[in-house]
Design a protein around this ligand. Structure first.
Ligand SMILES: [Fe+2]
Length: 212
C-alpha cells in the first residue's frame, strides 16, 4: 500500500513561481489531481482550502483488495478478478466519487484501468461497458463537470459521443505526462477526436473546449 507524504505546498508554489518567471510567455495554471477524494473528503477539502489551486481534477486509481482489508492500485486487481469486473468496479467507484464529492472541475482518465487490460483477455470494447460509462457520464454532466480527454491512451470516440448524449458540454485535454518530454503528446489526434465529436476551442488556449 502506498502512503504518500503530505503535499509540500510551499515547495510546490516556489517551483510554480520559478517556472512562471523562467517562462514568462507561458500561462502556467496551478492545479491538483485528487485521488479518491470521497474516501477522505475532509483532508481533500482542507488541502483545497489552503492550496488556492486554479484547476482541480478528481479521479480513481485504487480499489479494495480481494479480502476487503485494504486498498490497492487498480491495475493490481487484474491478478485476481476478471478484467470486465475490474472495469465495472472502477466505473461504479467513479460514480460514487461524483455523488459524494463535489469540489472538483474535471474528471481525469475515465478509462484508467483499460491501460492495463490483459493482453490475453478478450479485447477491450467500450460497448461492453456502455451502461456503466453512461452512469458516470450522466452524473458528471448533471453535476456540471468537465470530462478529461487523456492522451496517455487514446480515448475511444464512443465515450465522447456518449458524453454529449448524456448532456456533457465541456472537455479538457491532458497528456498525463509525468515527464517534460511527454507534455502534450498526441494532442493533434485528441483535437481531431474532439472536433469530430462537436467540441470547439475556447478563446483562451487554457480554457475548456465546449459544444452546443
Ligand atoms: Fe491520475
Amino acid at each position: 500500500m502506498l502512503t504518500p507524504p503530505p503535499l509540500d505546498l510551499v515547495g510546490y508554489r516556489a517551483c510554480l513561481e520559478a517556472c512562471r518567471e523562467r517562462y514568462p510567455g507561458l500561462r502556467i495554471l496551478s492545479g491538483v489531481e485528487l485521488s479518491e477524494p470521497h474516501w477522505h473528503a475532509s483532508r481533500a477539502e482542507s488541502l483545497l482550502d489552503t492550496g488556492g489551486f486554479e484547476r482541480v481534477l478528481a479521479s480513481v486509481h485504487s480499489a479494495a483488495t480481494a479480502g476487503g482489508a485494504g486498498f490497492t492500485e487498480v491495475s493490481e486487481c487484474y491478478q485476481h478478478q476478471p478484467p470486465e469486473q475490474v472495469v465495472r468496479d472502477y466505473l461504479h467507484e467513479t460514480v460514487r466519487l461524483i455523488e459524494q464529492f463535489d469540489r472538483f472541475e474535471v474528471l481525469a482518465h475515465i478509462d484508467y484501468p483499460v491501460r492495463h487490460w490483459p493482453l490475453d483477455a478478450k479485447p477491450y470494447d467500450p460497448r461492453d461497458f456502455e451502461d456503466e460509462y453512461r452512469q458516470v457520464l450522466s452524473r458528471l454532466a448533471a453535476a456540471g463537470k468537465v470530462l478529461e480527454v487523456n492522451t496517455r491512451m487514446p480515448l475511444d470516440p464512443l465515450v465522447l459521443r456518449w458524453w454529449r448524449q448524456e448532456g456533457g458540454r465541456a472537455i479538457a485535454f491532458a497528456s498525463d505526462a509525468h515527464s517534460p518530454d511527454a507534455v502534450a503528446r498526441d494532442f493533434g489526434e485528441a483535437v481531431r477526436l474532439a472536433e469530430a465529436a462537436g467540441f470547439r476551442a475556447a478563446r483562451e488556449p487554457y480554457d475548456f473546449w465546449r459544444c452546443g
